[in-house]
Design a protein around this ligand. Structure first.
Ligand code: KG4
Ligand code: ZN
Length: 352
């Protein structure tokens, strides 16, 4: 079964074709990241307008890359939520229109759950992909770490899961993005902060780890504020000094130390909670999904501290992409009927 996936929940518009949930036939991604970088973050209206212009060319590209036509497609999958309402609308309206016009069944999926399914994609002939090649065995413990989400979820089977814990405030990727802003590094913060961290001392600045009642819950807002206070102190200013003026005063070495100390603390928080869940629930596999799963230090620390080898996929499948949408839809199509094509609408706050 070949499914066309469409994803437009945040700042990337993407279309992909995946066969039987595991075989990647194409994964076209048109990012509005240049616009986002120009503004230092996502401006929802501008991103939605960009998706409107690019989504049809991207879908066409996904067919060209897979060397397929509409006759080969068995179903359409689309991100219904969570995400930015304007961005989601473009994908949902496009998917509904195509499902009606081409007479294909339509499967809406949850974007955050789909991040887990990026790890079920194990085969491709596409150039430039290095896939994990191992189908995750159930029960699967999933660490989902992105710009919008940080959660630990235990999957007993496909689509049958228990939420162990999640962030109470900022997502870990969001914390990376905010630390980038404080230190004057470019958006998105994940890659730029981790690059700066390489030349810094992770023990230079002592930062707090939040302790919550549920050991699987997270909080990153206090960590971000602690980085801000440390940066203000380093340039000899108090907490009243505006964060926007800090980058000019911070030296390259100070930025590197702040980034390294932040990254060490953020990753320790994730790894400690994951290790605890592995010991308590004895999953058969551990998968890591979401944009922060691309982080090499996180991968290294998970590998070093867990008694289960973590599974993560090619970076292009960790950050937002439509292949994971098409993969999850395949497994859903085994369990449930397609959605009515005319009544589907976005769910911007849809929690897993
Ligand atoms: O999954 P994603 O593409 O979009 C959301 O669903 O949020 O994740 C984007 C987030 C951003 O916050 C970005 O800073 C972070 O993932 N990110 C990283 C890395 N690459 C992207 N964080 C840490 N290290 C990275 N290498
Ligand atoms: Zn995402």
């Amino acid at each position: 079964m070949k499914i066309l996936g469409i994803e437009t929940s945040a700042d990337e518009a993407s279309a992909a074709i995946v066969e039987d949930g595991y075989k990647l036939l194409s994964n076209a991604i048109g990012s509005s990241i240049d616009i986002t970088r120009e503004y230092g973050g996502i401006v929802p209206e501008i991103v939605a307008r960009s998706h409107l212009e690019t989504i049809i060319p991207i879908i066409k590209q996904s067919f060209r890359d897979a060397d397929l036509s509409w006759d080969d497609i068995d179903a359409i999958a689309v991100t219904q939520g969570p995400g930015l309402i304007g961005s989601l609308l473009i994908g949902v309206m496009t998917a509904k229109t195509l499902a009606l016009a081409k007479n294909k069944p339509l499967f809406p999926v949850n974007h955050v759950e789909a991040h887990v399914y990026a790890n079920f994609i194990t085969e491709t002939k596409l150039p430039g992909y290095s896939l994990n090649g191992t189908t995750p065995a159930f029960p699967v413990l999933a660490l989902i770490v992105s710009g919008g989400h940080t959660q630990l979820v235990l999957f007993k089977d496909h689509h049958d899961y228990q939420m162990l814990g999640q962030t109470r405030d900022d997502a870990v990727g969001e914390a990376y993005d905010k630390v980038a802003k404080i230190t004057g590094l470019p958006y998105p913060g994940g890659p730029s902060v981790s690059e700066a961290a390489e030349s810094g001392d992770p023990d230079a600045v002592k930062l707090p780890i939040s302790k919550l009642d549920n050991p699987y819950d997270f909080s990153f807002s206090g960590l971000k504020t602690a980085v801000l206070r440390a940066a203000q102190a380093q340039v000899g200013q108090d907490y009243t000094f505006p964060s926007g003026s800090l980058p000019e005063l911070l030296s390259k070495a100070q930025v590197a130390d702040l980034c390294a100390s932040f990254q060490k603390t953020a990753i320790k928080t994730l790894v400690d909670a994951t290790a605890k869940a592995v010991n308590q629930y004895h999953p058969a596999s551990l998968v890591v999904g979401g944009g922060v799963a691309a982080n090499t230090e996180l991968r290294r620390q998970l590998q070093a501290n867990l008694r289960l080898k973590p599974i993560y996929n090619d970076i292009k499948l960790c950050t937002d992409n439509a292949a994971m949408i098409a993969s999850l839809a395949y497994f859903l199509s085994k369990q449930s009927k397609p959605h009515d094509t005319t009544t589907l609408s976005p769910l911007p706050n849809w929690e897993m």
